[in-house]
Design a protein around this ligand. Structure first.
Ligand code: HEC
Ligand code: HEC
Length: 443
């Protein structure tokens, strides 16, 4: 039942209550008035007025008319009770459910407000494509300022597919170190109460995208990943593209200060045109290389794995690079002239461990795929020497499978049940296998 329907139902009940109370009150007043008026006429002697001295009905009257009247009245009252009570009981479970839904709705609604105030500026809308933590200052190992960057904030529209309720709560409580994601919960020194965190997660759960939309989002990201690979594979070309864009911006600025009809302006305009031409041809060339890579991926598992690993869709929500490759989240390749920002090395490790030599960690590819399907669990070691510490922050990318192939309730809360039902996870088995093949090629 919707919140408005709930409110209407609640107020209709209240209105009926008011009407009944009003009738009772009115009856009391009328009775009192009559009683009072009657009292005025009490002028006779007590002997005549005493109730037991009144001449009452005869036995004939009492045993016929009067008795019938009482019996009929009793029967009618019983009938009303016999019908009304079961009717009331029939409605009771629905009313109870409605109340739970109503409080849940309120919970979600309050979570929505908290999200709008605290999260949307970076993550965008809860069911959207993610966003960016704008102008985040990154520092080096010694705390020295390096640059200001735009750090991708992943979409949260599938966050409960990759993390359990408790894992999301852990992230919200403690934030993510060395990233713009701050701690929100009291345990991490943040401003929110435990209940506020629960409300935000309830809202996120309410807004999760369908599995079909997520699967489509994963595939939509592959073109962007292919273009990024073309740029990374041809760093000189890409650096030249960025340089030309800067030069055009500076020259255009200068041009705006020149007299439009002057010879200088004409010469500068010609220079700009030449630069734009070169810029455009590099963009075309890289786009063509990207398209080739995307095509190759369909028949080459390792190439497909690399694209999935670096998937930029929904601000990296479906990929691996944002945690496993330093600099990926702020497009480190876009700073070719800053020596403090090295280009991205795939699987170099960042928030998450580096992946070179990862095959030593797992018995075989299937074992590794199973880990990626389920993710890590807090305090539970994995593989040959995996730690599994820090709240279980390696997401699970497959369906909600438990070890015994039972479906895990990923949202472990009495408020939100059965989230796993009918959900197929973020990546397909084939996609996870492709990523594993790629990861093992990094060794
Ligand atoms: C200042 C920007 C900013 C704000 C505000 C912010 N976040 Fe984040 N959040 C980020 C960034 C950036 C990341 C990714 C960090 C990384 O690259 O490891 C992130 C990561 C997360 C993650 C982990 C997602 C994943 O799959 O790894 C969750 C969950 C999350 N944020 C929830 C929230 C919620 C809920 C709020 C509001 C209470 C919030 N964030 C507020 C920037 C922000
Ligand atoms: C939100 C950040 C995050 C994302 C995204 C992520 N991982 Fe991880 N990954 C981790 C963390 C953290 C660990 C360490 C696990 C632990 O100790 O609990 C890890 C560990 C691993 C390991 C084991 C490495 C080792 O040597 O112990 C593999 C393999 C792995 N991730 C693969 C992937 C793949 C494949 C993807 C993308 C499909 C991915 N990860 C996406 C955070 C992430």
């Amino acid at each position: 039942m919707s919140i408005t329907a709930q409110l209407i139902a609640a107020s209709a009940q209240r209105q009926i209550g008011y009407v009944i109370a009003g009738i009772v009150l009115l009856a009391m007043v009328i009775y009192w008035i009559f009683n009072w008026l009657d009292g005025r006429h009490e002028t006779g002697a007590e002997v005549e007025l005493a109730a037991n001295r009144n001449i009452n009905m005869t036995d004939e009257e009492m045993e016929t008319k009067r008795l019938d009247l009482s019996l009929t009245g009793g029967l009618l009252t019983l009938t009303v009770i016999a019908i009304a009570l079961p009717l009331y009981w029939l409605g009771e479970p629905g009313r109870h459910e409605g109340l739970i839904e109503f409080t849940d709705d309120q919970f979600v609604r309050q979570g929505e407000e908290l999200f709008a105030e605290n999260c949307a500026q970076c993550h965008g809308s809860a069911n959207g494509e993610g966003g960016v933590a704008a102008d985040f200052a990154i520092v080096d190992g010694n705390g020295v300022y390096v640059d200001q960057v735009q750090w991708g904030a992943p979409s949260l529209a599938a966050v409960l597919d990759r993390f359990s309720y408790d894992e999301v709560k852990y992230i919200l409580n403690y934030g993510r170190s060395n990233s713009p994601m701050p701690a929100w919960g009291a345990p991490g020194g943040g401003p929110m109460t435990d209940q506020q965190i629960d409300k935000v997660i309830a809202y996120l759960a309410h807004e999760q995208q369908s599995s079909e939309d997520i699967a489509k989002g994963v595939l939509d990201g592959l073109d962007g990943a292919a273009l990024a690979k073309a740029q990374a594979d041809n760093p000189d070309m890409y650096a030249r593209q960025l340089e030309l864009a800067d030069m055009v911006a500076v020259a255009s600025d200068n041009l705006s200060r020149l007299d439009a009809d002057s010879a200088d302006a004409a010469a500068l305009q010609a220079e700009i045109d030449t630069m734009l031409e070169e810029h455009g041809s590099i963009i075309d060339e890289l786009a063509a290389l990207g398209a080739d890579i995307r095509t190759a991926a369909d028949s080459d598992q390792i190439v497909m794995g690399e694209l999935l690993f670096n998937n930029p869709a929904s601000a990296g929500a479906y990929g691996c690079a944002r945690c496993h490759s330093a600099g990926w989240s702020y497009s480190a390749n876009d700073f070719p002239t800053n020596p403090l920002i090295p280009p991205i090395v795939n699987g170099s490790g960042g928030f998450a461990p580096g992946l070179v030599g990862v095959s030593d960690q797992f018995e075989d590819a299937a074992d590794q795929a199973s880990f990626i399907t389920q993710g890590s669990k807090n305090g539970q070691a994995y593989g040959a020497f995996g730690q599994g510490d820090g709240g279980g922050q390696m997401p699970g990318f497959g369906a909600c499978w438990a070890e015994d192939n039972a479906i895990l309730p990923r949202i472990q809360s009495d408020r939100i049940e059965g989230h796993c039902e009918g959900r197929s996870g973020i990546l397909t088995t084939e996609q996870i296998e492709a990523i594993v093949a790629y990861e093992r090629s990094l060794d």
